[in-house]
Design a protein around this ligand. Sequence first.
Ligand SMILES: *Cc1c(COP(=O)(O)O)cnc(C)c1O
Length: 397
Amino acid sequence: MSNQNPVFIPGPTNIPERLRHAMNVPTFDHRAPDFVDLLDPLLSDLKTVFKTETSHVVTFPASGTGGWEAAITNTLSPGDRVLVARYGMFSHRWIDLCERHGLDVEVIERPWGEGAPADLFAERLAADGDHAIKAVLVTHNETATGVVSDIAAVRRAMDASGHPAMLYADCVSSLASMDFRMDEWGVDLAVSGSQKGFMLATGMAVVGVSEKAVAAMDSAACPRCFFDFRDMMGANAKGGYPYTPPVQLLHGLRASLDMLLEEGLEAVFARHARIAGGVRAAVDAWGLTLCAKSPDLYSDTVSAIYVPEGFDSDALTERAFGDYGVSFGVGLGEMAGKAFRIGHLGSLTDVMALSGLAAIEMAMKDEGYPIALGSGVAAAQEHYRATRARPDMKEAA
Ligand SMILES: *Cc1c(COP(=O)(O)O)cnc(C)c1O
């Protein structure tokens, strides 16, 4: 297995050289007076990434799942009703987490490959006259199926029914790779982590918290200690942390935000859209099908691809790893064995994406798939040629 190869799993993502160096710092004192010089600009630049001016951002030593737990326990009480649709492994795990915290979880079952059903949420909220539903939970980018959901539409549905429930968004695999607008979409809790769009090592949960969510902390009765927003926000306001922060990750985050803001968020999103377009062109050329049911649901950070009838997607990803040293995402949950995933988020270029497509093509050929070597690569190449930044350099086709 060559560790020179990029990974094509949808997190953890490739860590650019610059960020690896940035995390290589000696121990420093998080109670020293200059810690605030690192922390304050970080929290403020994170707000830029969440596209929020009115919310707070907090970071915890945890993975994204810890961010979920923080969002739930700080703002809700056991027995509170929450509304959520299950359409993939990650929305499923939100449901499980809420149930284990004793919430009353109302689940709308949707086929995997579809997104958050704004219309069904609207129906349920309109019928909830006494406002028993305290929160609506949406997985913005369902990493298991490669589906992006329309959060603005969910917000419109909530507003149209005049319902006061809070809106929680899992943006772990979208933030800093695809557009996410906390203020404009009226998101109250936005949960992310360090190892996807931020291109860092795993170990930090990043959570956006609206003023409405802050107000909900007072009555929220779920037990919490390590993840208590009050301790974190209180310590942050004084330039510190309530316990030892992951200082190397914070230095990495500084460099990550610098990279993202230097490239420009909109340019980062455009890069992901262009790379994803090439991957989808390859899928099409192979004659395979995406799990995402329609183009408006296509994720720009991950593509989940059904293998043909009679083939085992686990054998394919094992072949790619074993024979070519390249990791792809396996099918999760009910997609196990039926689909594989190409992660195309974080630190990635068109040229890197082509190498991944070439590698999985070889593995497909080895496994006897009815595809021609080079077919997907060529389709992606055409897409990248047609959408390159310097069309003035275009030669005769
Ligand atoms: C990766 C991911 C998470 C969090 O997973 P962790 O392993 O806890 O970081 C949550 N939701 C989605 C959509 C994800 O892609």
